[in-house]
Design a binder for this molecule. Structure first.
Ligand SMILES: CC(C)(COP(=O)(O)OP(=O)(O)OC[C@H]1O[C@@H](n2cnc3c(N)ncnc32)[C@H](O)[C@@H]1OP(=O)(O)O)[C@@H](O)C(=O)NCCC(=O)NCCS
Length: 192
């Protein structure tokens, strides 16, 4: 039985690059099981996120990999996305994703206070957590128009649907947290 108190969520740094392969392996295995496409991430890319402190890592008993997520910025830092959320199978169902989401969200707000934070997902768990953090569903034109972001969809199994719809809709739900819609008081009362 896993004791959640023994799982610590840390902002990643150079000392964590040893976890890159395990992070990517866990993400890729989960994507295969879900049968969804996935934006391709190279080990160098994830390593760079860690070095820039734009990632959080959950570690069990200070060393075993338990979960991960990182920050990406788009449209000249006007938009930020929290990507690559993964919880290792043995640590699921005990509220860890919720803790990781909260930590990476807070880190995004600290690093990019003016940015809109968005999410594009088919995952019900993620939609639920985003909703609790103050995101609302939006149509795709409200998201970043940064070509580099949308190129990430090219490796998705549903890319033809996105293309056919002129990038206005697809199977993912777009969600947005606009800081302009939230006062400091609202932020402090978010549930997770
Ligand atoms: C999705 C995932 C991150 C959830 O991690 P977790 O640590 O088990 O999630 P939590 O225990 O923190 O649960 C958070 C909430 O999501 C809900 N949830 C968890 N898994 C769910 C699922 N498969 N379907 C629907 N809701 C789910 C939980 O009930 C909880 O809601 P609550 O607050 O009402 O109780 C994990 O299963 C995972 O890594 N999956 C593979 C990768 C993936 O799908 N990533 C998301 C990419 S979009």
């Amino acid at each position: 039985m896993i004791d959640s108190n023994e799982i610590e969520i840390v902002v990643a740094g150079e000392e964590h690059v040893q976890y890159v392969d395990e992070v990517l392996d866990t993400i890729n295995k989960a994507a295969k099981i879900r049968g969804t496409g996935i934006a391709k991430r190279s080990p160098e890319y994830v390593k760079q996120k860690m070095i820039e402190h734009k990632a959080v890592l959950a570690l069990y008993q200070k060393k075993k990999f338990a979960g991960f997520s990182y920050i990406e910025s788009w449209s000249n830092k006007k938009f930020v996305a929290n990507s690559g959320l993964i919880v290792a199978p043995e640590f699921r169902g005990i509220g860890l994703a919720k803790r990781i989401k909260r930590r990476i969200f807070d880190l995004s707000r600290e690093m990019f206070p003016e940015a809109k934070i968005f999410s594009l997902t088919t995952g019900e768990a993620v939609m639920k957590m985003n909703n609790e953090l103050g995101y609302r569903p939006v149509t795709f034109p409200s998201l970043t128009d940064d070509e580099a972001f949308w190129r990430g969809c090219e490796s998705c199994v549903n890319f033809d649907i996105l293309q056919r719809n002129g990038r206005r809709m697809c199977l993912c739900t777009g969600m947005l947290y606009d800081p302009a819609e939230h006062t400091a008081h609202d932020d402090s009362t978010d549930k997770i």
